[in-house]
Design a protein around this ligand. Sequence first.
Ligand code: ATP
Ligand code: MG
Length: 508
Amino acid sequence: MNEAARAAADAGATTPALRFAHVSKSFGGVRALQDVSLEVLPGEVHCLAGENGSGKSTLIKIITGVYTPDPGAEMDYFGNHVDGVTPVTARARGISVIWQDLALFPQMTVAENIAFGDILGARPRLVRRRAMREKATRVLARLGVTLDLDAQLSTLSIAERQIVAICRTLVGDARLIFMDEPTASLTHSETESLLAIVAKLSADGVSVVFVSHRLAEVLKISSRVTVLRDGRKVGVYDTADMTQSRLTELMTGRTFDSAIVSRDRSDARPVLEVAGLARHGEYEDIDLTIHAGEVVGLTGLIGAGRTELGLSLFGMTRPDRGTIRLNGQATAFRSNRDAIRAGIAYVSEDRLTLGLVQPQPIADNIVLPVLGRIVNGLDLISTRKKADLVNHWIRELTVKIGRPEDAVSTLSGGNQQRIVLGKWLATEPKLLILDSPTVGVDVGARAGLFAIVRKLAEEGLAILLISDEVPEVYFNADRIIHMAGGRFIATYTPREMTLGDVEKAVYA
Ligand SMILES: Nc1ncnc2c1ncn2[C@@H]1O[C@H](COP(=O)(O)OP(=O)(O)OP(=O)(O)O)[C@@H](O)[C@H]1O
Ligand SMILES: [Mg+2]
């Protein structure tokens, strides 16, 4: 909240930008929301927090007219009662959303994407073009950002595209902007820039409702947070006197202690031994040993080469130089199929495209990489073997599902990530590579996922955990490697350093 907004609020004189009350929504038998309310003040940054499936996106869709609420909802924009909301009426009243896919036009320019909707009409093309550029320039200046107006959108980074999407809402005179997990696919420094833009919008009197599973961000950017749990509102809280652990408890009803698990595993048998590995333009001089039962965290900023290295270890790309040994055996993978056969599993951040086949049943997704093991003598898939395998991993990973026949797309983010893990563990790997495994995964599910990772390590699996988030590697790895510019530049040992020290070194 900016100062003016706070002063007005203190005087009790502010008309809320948004006030929705008694909002309920059922999808068939599923009660996604039950009697929820949300109030947002002018210029306020307000967070919506809750676990995967708690109803955050559904609430946003109701407020912006995508879904119709069940009868009984009270809806109010800027002090005016509204009867029914459609996306068009919401926008006309200054309420905008930035969806995760951003809904931009990749083939059009920055200026066209920002101002296109506003400039439609019968005016001559040249005038239209000039007006469009002027509008785009004005909103970019308002955010203090420079972007090439003539660049084709498809050449921009995700972070830059997000700025274009924000500018487009401002051209449409947005006074309240919803952002549903805008930072999920951003790097640390891109996130910082986005948070700065959100702060600027707020100072400018624009309200922002922000969703993120990274609680540090929530506390940093917002003045109040509304917490949802299982489709109900737990409460609304000032963030000034809120901590991450208290917020976690409100969201989940449980507490999670983050204790250091780091141990010295250097006496154990080496599973992965990499020496002098290099790939032109990606990484150089990589020496890395991971022992049985050891979790090695790999962190660093964007462009550090972490994912590139991970992909080479998994046989997706070929190194130019150096050696990779697995359990003492030299390897030379021609493809990821060779890597899988040799005992490497790779869980990627991008479960939506690489990890899972969304419309397919949960069971089929789990058995996908091991089809060869469950065919019977007639080359048909053995129903019994398949069911045994599926049930084993669903139990082992405590996945919450309806039936194994249900489509993966019906699961919440955290449970989808467990299915990805199950699919790879079914291959019985020796080395597990986890690349940003918790993007979009809520705090409770993260804890569940890392408890599993820990257990796998105890059973002797070697694990490489790649993550942008320093606390994630700090609390879950035995040692942390800091990568920058394609090279390993330092190793940190959590049991010998504080979290703050490691963060300072990595984010500096
Ligand atoms: N179109 C739909 N049809 C059926 N069920 C739905 C639909 N949309 C949402 N749900 C259900 O409603 C509940 C709330 O989902 P919602 O997407 O709002 O959660 P969320 O808080 O945004 O979760 P996440 O953090 O994973 O994005 C879930 O149980 C979900 O499965
Ligand atoms: Mg959501």
